[in-house]
Design a protein around this ligand. Structure first.
Ligand SMILES: C[S@@+](CC[C@H](N)C(=O)[O-])C[C@H]1O[C@@H](n2cnc3c(N)ncnc32)[C@H](O)[C@@H]1O
Length: 356
């Protein structure tokens, strides 16, 4: 009992600390920008007191669900504290050093400054951009080294808790194949980036065969360093386009995809869904996680609008108006359900049996 309350307090304290650190970082960087380049300050809508309270409430709910699922044994409690803390601390100063070039890109409206050595033919056009004004886009080890920290700061320390919301629907979906040993089940994380979601899935389902796909070799290199460095089950990481995945038909029992759709133009979103359908075995589940949208969270409309005013997110405005449920339906998925957790919407959908 004492150990339980101690762990819970430690978790809450960690989350509060991350939230505060994120807030302080954002305030200082915004003040600095105002000082050195006031002309680049985005014209954002201020967040009202009521919205702030509502945001805090939804963070508390997210953390409550996170704690409850760990307590139920859906994933080990150690996951609540999992992060390469020393590495992140060492890299944190690099985020400050990187800021001036980010501001310069924003000022010059330069959104296509990617490394010259990149073979552009390998990538779709929409990918060759500085999403979030990020140095090198997704196309360098430097970018991959800063990404996780940047996302944690952006979401005030809740990014991993939001990613963990895919685990409950994933575990539920795999029940469909409960007569098979876990070692015979294959799960793919699409656009895995640095592999944070894969790490969480492996902690929850240690024997399952895991795959990660991403277009960025640098992000996959980082993922490999985090994932394949001990005696845990080996995770296979493949570089490829989610619109044309190098997997055979019906080869996966579940697919996850976290924070990709808002960075895709419409046609690509549809292509990715079509591919997920193709590679899923009938009865298999797709779990999608991405930003909340206007339809489900109208109360946070200006928070969403601020996001694309502050960061280079060329497809976000379209994404928040897109009907993902309709897309899932039209792609043939059934048993579609969705729910919001702070800034993330989770969709779960099943490829029905009997259709080939
Ligand atoms: C916002 S990040 C999300 C990464 C990770 N899922 C997470 O939770 O942090 C978007 C990722 O999608 C990848 N990506 C974008 N377009 C892609 C595509 N067409 N095919 C595969 N990966 C893509 C990027 O390289 C990047 O790693």
């Amino acid at each position: 009992m004492a150990e339980k309350s101690f762990t819970k307090i430690a978790y809450q304290t960690l989350q509060q600390g991350k939230s505060l650190a994120g807030l302080v970082h954002k305030q200082i960087s915004s003040k600095l920008l105002e000082l050195v380049a006031p002309e680049v300050m985005p014209d954002t809508d201020p967040i009202s007191r009521e919205q702030l309270l509502e945001l805090r409430r939804s963070i508390s709910q997210l953390e409550h669900s996170d704690w409850k699922d760990a307590e139920k044994g859906l994933y080990p409690k150690s996951q609540l504290f999992e992060a390469p803390w020393i590495e992140w601390a060492a890299r944190y100063p690099l985020i400050w050093l990187d800021l001036p070039s980010t501001w310069k890109r924003r000022k010059n409206r330069n959104t296509q400054e990617i490394p010259k050595t990149i073979n552009k033919e390998v990538y779709p056009d929409y990918y060759l951009q500085n999403f979030h004004h990020q140095t090198d886009g997704y196309l360098s080890d430097h970018s991959a080294g800063l990404y996780d920290l940047q996302v944690e700061i952006l979401f005030s320390g809740t990014a991993d808790a939001m990613r963990r919301r895919v685990l409950a629907p994933l575990v539920k979906g795999l029940q469909e194949f409960k007569t098979r040993p876990h070692a015979k089940l294959r799960v793919l994380d699409v656009a895995t980036g640095t592999g944070r979601t894969l790490k969480q899935i492996r902690a929850a389902l240690p024997k399952i065969e895991l795959f990660g796909l991403d277009l960025s070799g640098s992000y996959l290199r980082q993922a490999s360093r985090y994932l394949n460095n001990n005696n845990s089950e080996f995770v296979q990481l493949i570089r490829g386009n989610a619109e044309e995945m190098p997997f055979s038909n019906e080869s996966m029992q579940a697919v996850t995809c976290v924070f990709l759709f808002h960075e895709l133009p419409r046609h690509a979103r549809q292509n990715v869904l079509k591919e997920c359908w193709r590679i899923l075995e009938p009865g298999g589940t797709l779990v999608l996680a991405d930003s909340i949208q206007i339809k489900d969270s109208p109360q946070f409309l200006n928070v969403m609008e601020d996001f694309y005013k502050v960061f280079h997110e060329p497809y976000y405005k379209d994404y928040i108006n897109d009907d993902i449920e309709d897309r899932l339906n039209k792609s043939g998925f059934e048993s579609i359900s969705s729910e919001s957790h702070f800034m993330t919407r989770i969709w779960s959908a099943v490829k029905p049996k009997g259709i080939r």
